[in-house]
Design a protein around this ligand. Structure first.
Ligand code: ADP
Length: 612
């Protein structure tokens, strides 16, 4: 009796992508299957903490590789946790990882995203790169019934009852004609050494009449002495725990001693995962207590602004029977987190010295790290010192706050910033004109998080951090240019205020503008227009939309002209039209949509035509 079950639609697509896109890296199937077997042994060890009988039944945990060159099969066996029928259906017939299904649909539809496949840890499905049939015999620890799962990797799989002596899993691959090499023990030994030496359980190669050979070092990688670990060992360990295909940008292996002892082996990827900003994404580090795996993705071990860090923490000082719930309130875990954070920040501080190298990290994770300026009160200033920003000071280079401060010649140091959606739009924002005229550098902040950290970091190393709208002192300057007459300017402002009262709360004359006739801003201390747009895009209510201020430039010929014209009643209709166009211009410069695009374009064409 057997059940025939179809793959979830996404699985078939996934298989297709895996087989086609990773074709040149076929060997990785073995590392994926060994990685799964090692996870299964970890899970069994954890289960045995509360159920010692299980450990006795399993004996020494190990991974066995048995090749049959005559029959062209390769079997990877473990005596780990095993799977029951539900596990087989849920884990090997569907794509469980969040976001993966969506990715696969896109990749399959347009083919172009195929190189992204590496982000998803193809896992078990990699077996079908080398096998045209896979047969699994497995028994879940603590259960009586064993199960057989078979599939050709095309349409679906069959499940039937089976027999297996002890808990664990055998994965038997019926090798494709062009993959017969994988039944050769010499070749297998070489691949295992390359990809899986870091695995903490013995990987035993069955040599038939010649007996068995353990091919890997078989001790948990983080417990080995640094001098015995190669860069490739670290890299492969990173692949194993992160399920990523990229190489780590940063590898941090340390032993903390003192009140509490623990070892950390942490990595920062060199590529950003697709779901870095997905709220339901599970983050965190793997926790081991004295090499016994306790929990996956322990969020308490790492703050959310370092959620891109992958790795493990192992401490013998935690109790082995620490429950997953207890992790949340453990002061020891809190201490480990604290120590780990300062080590990572220290490491970033070293790497920031090399701009090009640091940019690889910054482009991927900068926006996430900056959340720390907002969230981590104790490390606020240090995290700010690790941040890079776009600036009016340079075209294509970013700056740190320290570099910005060094460039200020005056004794009184202030860091000015402006926020918006896009660096290129921001650069041309009329609000920057006075700063440009006076040669004052302004940071151009475009990440949503910038709106928040700037609210909680009023000072950096003694310098004030100010939004450009708070730069009142900048505005005091002598300008020997023609200016609109004060009386008629006031009349114009009253008129404009009345005309635009549904959209603009206040009309003022400003000294800030040089090139533009008008500009839109908000009252000091109110939510910026950029933040308002962000909230609108997130469907958040902005019932408290900030009051808009329309600023007029009294030195601009257009404003001088309008101020002249306003003195004559018969110009009113014309002025109304021009003022509406000016408001639209101010909105465009700020990145806001215009209220009536067809009015705007019709009138603009008219005026252009007149000018030609
Ligand atoms: P991932 O390992 O990234 O979760 P895989 O496709 O490799 O994705 O495996 C899916 C799931 O199948 C695993 O999470 C695990 O629950 C189960 N699994 C795979 N191989 C084994 C094994 N040897 N023993 C027990 N469970 C396994």
């Amino acid at each position: 009796m057997s059940d025939k079950i179809s793959f979830q639609a996404d699985v078939s697509k996934m298989l297709n992508i895996v087989i086609n896109s990773l074709y040149s890296e076929k060997q990785i199937f073995l590392r994926e299957l060994i990685s799964n077997a090692s996870d299964a042994c970890d899970k069994l060890k954890y289960m045995a903490l509360t159920n010692p009988g299980i450990a006795k039944q399993s004996g020494q945990l190990k991974i066995k590789i048995h090749a049959d060159a005559e029959k062209n099969t390769l079997t990877i066996s473990d005596n780990g946790i095993g799977m029951n029928k539900d596990d087989l259906i849920n884990h090997l017939g569907t794509i469980a990882k969040s976001g993966t299904a969506e990715f696969v649909k896109n990749a399959a539809d347009n083919g172009s995203a195929v190189e992204l496949i590496g982000q998803f840890g193809v896992g078990f499905y990699a077996a079908f790169m080398v096998a045209d049939k896979v047969e699994i015999i497995t028994k879940r620890a603590g259960e009586e019934q064993a199960w057989k799962w078979e599939s050709n990797g095309i349409d679906g799989f069959e499940i039937s009852l089976a027999e297996r002596n002890c808990n664990g899993t055998d994965i038997k691959l019926f090798l494709k004609d062009d993959a017969k090499d994988y039944a050769d023990t010499i070749y297998l030994r070489q691949i295992i050494r390359t990809y899986s030496d870091h695995i903490g359980y013995p990987i035993v190669l069955d040599l038939g009449a010649a007996g068995e050979e353990t091919v890997n070092t078989a001790s948990a990688l983080w417990t080995r002495h640094k001098s015995e670990i190669t860069e490739d060992n670290y890299k492969e360990f990173y692949h194993h725990i992160s399920h990523n295909f990229d190489d780590p940008w940063l590898t941090l292996h340390f032993k903390a001693e003192g009140n509490i002892e623990y070892t950390g082996l942490l990595f920062v990827p060199s590529e950003a995962p697709h779901d870095l900003f997905q709220p339901d994404k599970k983050n965190g580090l793997k926790l081991y207590v004295n090499r016994v795996f306790i929990s996956d993705k322990v969020e308490e071990l790492i703050p959310s602004y370092l959620r891109f860090v992958k790795g493990i923490i192992d401490s013998a000082d935690l109790s082995l029977n620490i429950s997953r719930e207890m992790l949340q309130h453990s002061p020891l875990i809190e201490k480990i987190k604290h120590g780990t954070v300062s080590r990572i920040l220290k490491e970033l501080k070293k790497r920031i010295k090399n701009y090009d190298d640091y940019m690889v990290f910054w482009k991927n994770f900068g926006a996430v790290l900056k959340e720390g300026i907002y969230e981590d009160f104790a490390n606020r200033e240090e995290i700010a010192s690790l941040a890079y920003f776009a600036t009016t000071g340079f075209e294509n280079k970013l700056t740190t706050l320290d570099e910005y401060l060094e460039r200020i010649k005056e004794d009184k140091k202030v860091v000015y910033y402006i926020t918006g959606d896009d660096v290129n739009v921001l650069k041309n924002n009329p609000q920057l004109e006075a700063f440009r005229a006076k040669n004052i550098e302004v940071l151009l902040l475009t990440d949503p998080v910038d709106e928040f950290w700037t609210q909680v970091l009023p000072n950096y190393k003694g310098a004030a951090i100010k939004h450009i709208s708070q730069a009142d002192d900048i505005l005091k300057w002598d300008r020997n240019e023609p200016k609109a007459d004060a009386g008629s300017l006031q009349k114009l402002m009253d008129f404009v205020g009345e005309l635009l009262k549904s959209e603009v709360g206040k009309v003022v004359a400003t000294e800030k503008l040089t090139k533009s006739p008008v500009s839109l801003t908000v009252e000091n201390g109110q939510m910026s227009l950029h933040l308002e747009r962000l909230m609108r895009n997130n469907q958040q209510h902005t019932a408290f939309a900030s009051m808009r201020i329309l600023e007029l430039n009294p030195y601009h010929p257009l404003i001088i002209k309008l101020a002249d014209m306003i003195m004559d009643e018969k110009n009113k209709t014309k002025i109304e039209e021009v003022v509406k166009l000016l408001l639209d211009q101010a909105k465009i410069a700020e990145g806001e949509p215009v209220a009536d695009p067809s009015f705007y374009s019709e009138k603009m064409s008219q005026y252009i035509l007149q000018a030609l």
